[in-house]
Design a binder for this molecule. Structure first.
Ligand SMILES: C[S@@+](CC[C@H](N)C(=O)[O-])C[C@H]1O[C@@H](n2cnc3c(N)ncnc32)[C@H](O)[C@@H]1O
Length: 388
């Protein structure tokens, strides 16, 4: 195995690792960490066919249903199975973050940092034939890629996507529909089936609707609905119902059952991603990772995302906070501060994790996937329950 000292990491980054208490040798795992795919549940019988196509064995990940590992250098993008939407690439640790949510059929799930969307796809696969998933991301181009992914994998029926700031997003799930809401059918501003090709008349209406939405949803900072599936609960609603928002103080009975806050972070645990900066230029790493880490803004953003995700959670519901950073400041410190500020939050044991190849974090009940020991990308996971 390569020595940590031989890795092409610049001094400024090595200092960041040292200051953050991260052992640089985790990057030696980049070459040997397998690639992971998730097979869409309907396609398990195709394993042998996919193996022949990729020219390698698919090794079942025993601790995570429908996940397979393959040698790190196998490319999946040109394979027929990938093009036909039978498999998607997702690291097993990312899959664990979704599994930690414990999604069951009928849940209304919020994914507050959703793009590019591998976790969102897995959520929709777990959801079954009732419930919904709402994906939010502040980056419109990334969320557009997420929409493409949903359509490719035919997973969008129960999903809606909003470009919005997750620290302010306030739109509630559509749970039950009252008679007065169903009677909106004649209203020209009612959402019809979603289509990417919309007529001039529709676009004009949508602009008008957006105007209404802006005034109705001033607290939501103009969330823009860029996709909704036929069973997402959006069709037949008008703006006033769709943009029904959560009040800041009242405990929610109509909030989301499960929330994932897969927060923006420095990505230092994503060992393969970090080593790509060798080609992209270390200056880019300094700008994207080190400057971000140095500024207090990132920690504030993580706190605010967690705070708002929890606000939208219904009483009794569960929230998973994850990052692909291994620093204490972006993980345990965020969790500690959050627990201090929120009496209604308690850390929850992740029952499913008993057989996972991860370690307990620096706080009981939190988990850390470490590339050297877990054979996955690095990831921190904490789960909270809302008590009241
Ligand atoms: C770690 S990535 C999420 C990965 C995603 N969950 C997946 O599985 O593909 C973090 C995301 O947070 C988004 N983000 C950053 N600031 C945000 C904000 N204020 N509100 C919502 N999303 C934000 C970024 O655009 C980025 O897509």
């Amino acid at each position: 195995m390569e020595e940590a000292t031989e890795l092409p990491l610049p001094d400024a980054y090595l200092k960041f690792l040292k200051d953050s208490g991260i052992d640089p040798s985790i990057y030696t795992a980049a070459e040997s960490t397998p690639r992971y795919i998730r097979l869409k549940p309907d396609f398990e019988e195709y394993v042998q066919e996919i193996e022949a196509e990729l020219g390698c064995d698919l090794k079942k990940v025993e601790w995570l249903p429908y996940f397979y590992s393959l040698p790190p250098h196998v490319q999946i993008a040109s394979s027929k199975a990938y093009r036909e939407g039978k498999i998607y690439g997702i690291d097993a640790a990312s899959g664990a973050a979704v599994a930690a949510l414990g999604i069951v059929e009928g849940d209304h799930v919020l994914d507050l940092c959703a793009a590019p969307g591998a976790k969102l796809c897995m959520m929709l696969d777990l959801l079954g034939s009732s419930g919904s998933v709402t994906g939010v991301d502040v980056a419109s181009h990334r969320l557009a890629a997420c929409r493409t992914m949903l359509r490719k994998y035919a997973l969008g029926a129960r999903c809606r996507l909003f470009v919005a700031d997750g620290t302010k997003f306030s739109v509630l799930p559509v749970t039950t529909r009252s008679e007065s809401e169903s009677a909106l059918d004649g209203d020209p501003n009612v959402f019809k089936e979603w289509t990417s090709k919309r007529s001039y008349k529709d676009r004009k209406r949508s602009r008008e609707r957006k105007g209404v939405a802006l005034s109705l949803a001033s607290r939501t900072q103009d969330p823009e609905l860029i996709f909704y599936g036929k069973d997402s609960g959006v069709i037949g609603l008008n703006n006033s119902v769709l943009y029904r928002t959560a009040s800041n103080d009242a405990p929610l009975s109509s909030g989301y059952d499960k929330v994932l806050v897969d927060a923006e972070c420095t990505h230092d645990g994503s060992v393969k991603h970090i080593l790509k900066f060798e080609n992209w230029g270390w200056k880019t790493l300094e700008r994207r990772v080190l400057d971000a880490e140095r500024s207090d803004d990132l920690a504030i953003l993580q706190q605010q995302l967690l705070f708002n995700g929890f606000r939208l959670l219904k009483v009794g519901g569960s929230l998973v906070y994850s990052t692909c950073s291994l620093t204490l400041s972006q993980n345990e410190d965020v969790v500690k501060q959050f627990l201090l500020d929120n009496a209604s939050a308690e850390l929850q044991v992740i029952e499913a994790a008993k057989n996972w190849p991860c370690k307990v974090g620096n706080m009981p009940m939190t988990l850390r996937f470490d590339p050297l020991t877990s054979q996955t990308s690095g990831l921190f996971v904490a789960k909270f329950r809302k008590l009241f």
